[in-house]
Design a protein around this ligand. Structure first.
Ligand SMILES: [Zn+2]
Length: 105
Protein backbone atom coordinates (compact mmCIF):
# COMPACT_ATOMS: atom_id res chain seq x y z
CA UNK A 1 0.00 0.00 0.00
CA UNK A 2 3.07 2.22 -0.08
CA UNK A 3 3.06 3.13 3.56
CA UNK A 4 6.21 3.96 5.45
CA UNK A 5 7.52 1.23 7.70
CA UNK A 6 6.64 3.25 10.76
CA UNK A 7 5.43 6.78 11.18
CA UNK A 8 5.55 7.28 14.92
CA UNK A 9 8.52 9.49 15.74
CA UNK A 10 9.39 7.96 19.09
CA UNK A 11 7.95 4.48 18.98
CA UNK A 12 8.92 1.71 16.64
CA UNK A 13 8.70 -2.02 16.50
CA UNK A 14 11.77 -2.33 14.34
CA UNK A 15 12.36 -2.96 10.68
CA UNK A 16 10.89 -6.43 10.72
CA UNK A 17 8.02 -5.87 13.15
CA UNK A 18 9.93 -7.94 15.66
CA UNK A 19 8.02 -7.00 18.78
CA UNK A 20 10.03 -9.41 20.89
CA UNK A 21 13.07 -7.18 20.90
CA UNK A 22 13.12 -3.53 21.94
CA UNK A 23 13.77 -1.20 19.00
CA UNK A 24 15.39 1.32 21.33
CA UNK A 25 17.75 -0.60 23.61
CA UNK A 26 17.73 -4.01 21.93
CA UNK A 27 16.76 -5.86 25.07
CA UNK A 28 14.47 -8.86 24.76
CA UNK A 29 12.47 -7.54 27.70
CA UNK A 30 9.15 -6.69 26.09
CA UNK A 31 5.94 -7.38 27.94
CA UNK A 32 2.31 -6.81 26.93
CA UNK A 33 1.02 -3.32 27.69
CA UNK A 34 -2.06 -1.18 27.06
CA UNK A 35 -1.15 2.02 25.27
CA UNK A 36 -2.76 5.28 24.31
CA UNK A 37 -2.68 6.60 20.76
CA UNK A 38 -3.83 10.02 19.75
CA UNK A 39 -3.96 12.64 17.05
CA UNK A 40 -5.02 16.24 17.01
CA UNK A 41 -5.80 18.82 14.36
CA UNK A 42 -7.33 22.28 14.41
CA UNK A 43 -7.81 22.09 18.15
CA UNK A 44 -9.64 18.79 18.04
CA UNK A 45 -7.95 15.96 19.90
CA UNK A 46 -8.78 12.29 19.53
CA UNK A 47 -7.28 9.56 21.68
CA UNK A 48 -7.86 5.87 22.02
CA UNK A 49 -6.77 4.09 25.15
CA UNK A 50 -6.14 0.45 25.90
CA UNK A 51 -4.47 -0.34 22.58
CA UNK A 52 -2.66 -3.68 22.90
CA UNK A 53 1.08 -3.21 22.53
CA UNK A 54 4.32 -3.96 24.27
CA UNK A 55 6.53 -2.16 26.74
CA UNK A 56 10.24 -2.66 27.35
CA UNK A 57 11.06 -3.66 30.90
CA UNK A 58 14.61 -2.46 30.37
CA UNK A 59 14.20 1.11 29.05
CA UNK A 60 10.46 1.69 29.46
CA UNK A 61 9.73 2.49 25.81
CA UNK A 62 6.41 1.29 24.40
CA UNK A 63 5.39 0.19 20.93
CA UNK A 64 2.32 -0.90 19.02
CA UNK A 65 2.76 -3.43 16.19
CA UNK A 66 2.92 -1.71 12.80
CA UNK A 67 -0.36 -2.96 11.26
CA UNK A 68 -2.27 -1.91 14.37
CA UNK A 69 -0.62 1.50 14.41
CA UNK A 70 -1.75 2.17 10.87
CA UNK A 71 -5.27 0.85 11.41
CA UNK A 72 -5.81 2.91 14.54
CA UNK A 73 -4.25 5.94 12.88
CA UNK A 74 -6.70 5.65 10.00
CA UNK A 75 -9.58 5.47 12.46
CA UNK A 76 -8.33 8.50 14.40
CA UNK A 77 -8.04 10.53 11.22
CA UNK A 78 -11.54 9.48 10.21
CA UNK A 79 -12.83 10.90 13.49
CA UNK A 80 -10.96 14.16 12.92
CA UNK A 81 -12.53 14.38 9.46
CA UNK A 82 -15.96 13.68 10.92
CA UNK A 83 -15.39 16.45 13.45
CA UNK A 84 -14.49 18.88 10.71
CA UNK A 85 -10.90 19.28 11.86
CA UNK A 86 -9.37 17.76 8.74
CA UNK A 87 -10.41 17.71 5.08
CA UNK A 88 -11.67 14.37 3.79
CA UNK A 89 -8.70 14.27 1.41
CA UNK A 90 -6.37 13.31 4.26
CA UNK A 91 -7.95 9.87 4.30
CA UNK A 92 -6.25 9.25 0.97
CA UNK A 93 -2.82 10.11 2.32
CA UNK A 94 -0.24 8.08 4.18
CA UNK A 95 0.07 8.34 7.91
CA UNK A 96 2.02 11.45 8.81
CA UNK A 97 1.78 12.30 12.46
CA UNK A 98 1.15 9.46 14.83
CA UNK A 99 1.62 9.96 18.50
CA UNK A 100 1.85 6.91 20.68
CA UNK A 101 2.14 7.48 24.37
CA UNK A 102 2.39 4.83 27.03
CA UNK A 103 -0.32 4.82 29.64
CA UNK A 104 0.95 5.36 33.15
CA UNK A 105 0.40 2.37 35.36
ZN1 LIG B 1 14.22 -1.08 25.64
Amino acid sequence: MGRAAIAAPEVSVGEHNDVRRCAFCGAAELEPARLTMGQSAAGVEVTVTGVPGVRCRSCGEAAVPGPQVFAVDDALRAVLVAAGALPASVLEQDAADIVVEPVAG
